[in-house]
Design a protein around this ligand. Structure first.
Ligand code: ZN
Length: 506
């Protein structure tokens, strides 16, 4: 490495270390606001967020920093692997905001803020027309934002939708997703029909028996210890929507929620968020030293959380492991309930309207519907005003259910108020984890580990094979590195077919 490169690297590292401190503080404030911040303090906290956010923005908009970052990108061959990843990311970010003036940025953020407020109001009133105008604006600024970006080798031939998808899952465009989702439909639609026609009765009455907060706290503690979530570097709190927050290298927190008539909701939120947390906790320390610890994509992240939640958490062996403790903590709710009944209830397939409450099987349809609508919105082949109608048609077509109002239909998710391209990452995660689960199973016999409660072995395999290079590789290279194969939805579809054929005795 020549002297200039060395100096530029030092400068960039200095600024990024300072940026990390701001991000650490911002994460703490965010966590506080979502959990225990008193209502009267929210406004002041919000101001604190804006203040620190602005300082951070100025820091990374500094000309010397940008110039050094671009220099490093051009001289990336001189850098080690970690620094090269960092320089490439800086370049990608810079390309996106280079032509964006502060005035434009403010204008855009106002549109998104208003869209969020309008969505909240429309949802409350279950009236899509109160959100339609804002959604149209979101679409327009999304297009304008994309047109301002400088194209590079990677993005020069991308369509609008491809570039949006690429923002969330690098390298995954409409070509890949169209093929993937068409294939899912081919295999899942007939299978769902068979499940719905099955005579199998799954008992679920006990799932809604009342439990106390005290009991749910005990269950939360128990499940965190089962999956070996490190309590020395993490904690939990309650929030409306569960989430995971990476504060810093040694501080990864999760949240959950307690519903008195749905004990499983807390349990599977803890395992899901716990999965996200393990991914962050057990990543290489070098990622922090080189400021690349947030490079992993959403699809990668969801693959891990959903593997712990569904693939492991809803397996027979996991239910076998936790059944005695579930009975001990919830004696009233579990009275007269067998291990098999608990397993089946946790895996009931039921076509429903709400994505976040969907089971593992029907979940993919919720994503396909949103993906197909987004493509039409961005291509301009659908009128925003017609969305509720189109939404209804698709739910009827794929799931055989029909929303009675906008609230349980097109207005259920907040995501569109901040743009498009996000949803597929939820589904892709299931497909990644089904691919690497096979490798893990060959190496360590996962069911045996789960039954024995040996999560050190599972986490150890994940750390070495799945977590280690996630921040350094693009998704397609990452999955190939783990499995030796190219991305495919088939392993996931095979898994669903096998598991649910057994449960529903098809
Ligand atoms: Zn998640």
């Amino acid at each position: 490495m020549n002297q200039t490169t060395k100096e530029k690297l030092e400068l960039v590292n200095g600024v990024l270390s300072e940026a990390d401190k701001y991000n650490h503080a911002l994460a703490l404030i965010n966590f506080d606001m979502e959990t225990i911040c008193p209502p009267g303090a929210m406004e002041e906290q919000g101001e604190l967020l804006s203040f620190l956010g602005n300082k951070l923005f100025l820091l990374i908009k500094d000309e010397k920093f940008i110039e050094a970052g671009e220099y490093l990108y051009e001289h990336r061959d001189e850098l080690d692997e970690f620094d090269r990843v960092m320089a490439e990311q800086l370049h990608r970010d810079y390309r996106k905001i280079k032509n964006l003036t502060p005035e434009k940025q403010l204008e855009f953020s106002r549109v998104f803020n208003k869209a969020f407020v309008d969505w909240t109001n429309a949802r409350k009133n279950s009236d899509f027309s109160l959100f339609a105008e804002s959604l149209q604006k979101v679409k327009e600024v999304t297009l304008e934002d994309l047109s301002l970006r400088e194209k590079d080798e990677e993005t020069k031939n991308m369509s609008v939708m491809d570039e949006l998808l690429n923002d969330y899952e690098r390298g995954m465009g409409t070509k890949e997703l169209d093929a993937c989702f068409e294939h899912c439909k081919e295999r899942l639609v007939p299978l769902l029909k068979k499940i719905q026609a099955s005579k199998k009765v799954i008992r679920t009455d006990f799932m809604h028996r009342k439990v106390t907060d005290e009991q749910q706290k005990k269950m939360t503690e128990y499940l965190m210890s089962v999956i070996k979530y490190d309590r020395n570097r993490g904690t939990y709190a309650l929030s409306e929507h569960p989430f995971t927050n990476l504060m810093a290298k040694d501080d990864v927190r999760i949240t959950t929620h307690f519903y008195e008539d749905d004990f499983a909701s807390n349990m599977y939120s803890v395992i899901h968020e716990g999965g996200h947390a393990l991914f962050e906790m057990y990543q290489p320390v070098e990622n922090f030293e080189h400021h690349i610890n947030t490079e992993k994509t959403l699809g990668m992240h969801e693959s891990v959380s959903r593997m712990y939640e569904n693939r492991i958490g809803r397996s027979k062996s996991f239910v076998h492991l936790i059944y005695p403790k579930v009975c001990e903590i919830f004696p009233e709710a579990m009275e007269g309930v067998s291990e098999k009944e608990l397993y089946e209830a946790l895996n009931e397939v039921k076509a429903s309207l709400i994505r976040t409450e969907a089971d593992e099987f029907t979940y993919t349809f919720h994503i396909i519907i949103r993906y197909e609508l987004e493509k039409e919105i961005m291509a301009g082949t659908i009128d925003i005003a017609d969305l509720p109608k189109k939404w209804k048609e698709k739910y009827e077509e794929y799931l055989g259910v029909s929303p009675q109002n906008d609230r349980e239909g097109v207005l259920q998710d907040v995501h569109w108020s901040s743009g498009f391209g996000y949803f597929p990452t939820y589904s892709i995660g299931n497909m990644y984890n089904s691919m690497y689960y096979k490798c893990m199973d060959e190496a360590i016999d996962v069911d045996k580990c789960v039954e024995a409660g040996d999560f050190d072995k599972i986490n150890g395999w994940m750390k070495e094979n799945v977590f280690k290079k996630a921040d350094r590789l693009a998704p397609s290279a990452w999955i190939k590195d783990i499995t030796g194969r190219d991305f495919t939805p088939d392993d996931f579809l095979d898994y669903l077919e096998e598991k649910y054929s057994k449960i529903y005795e098809l």
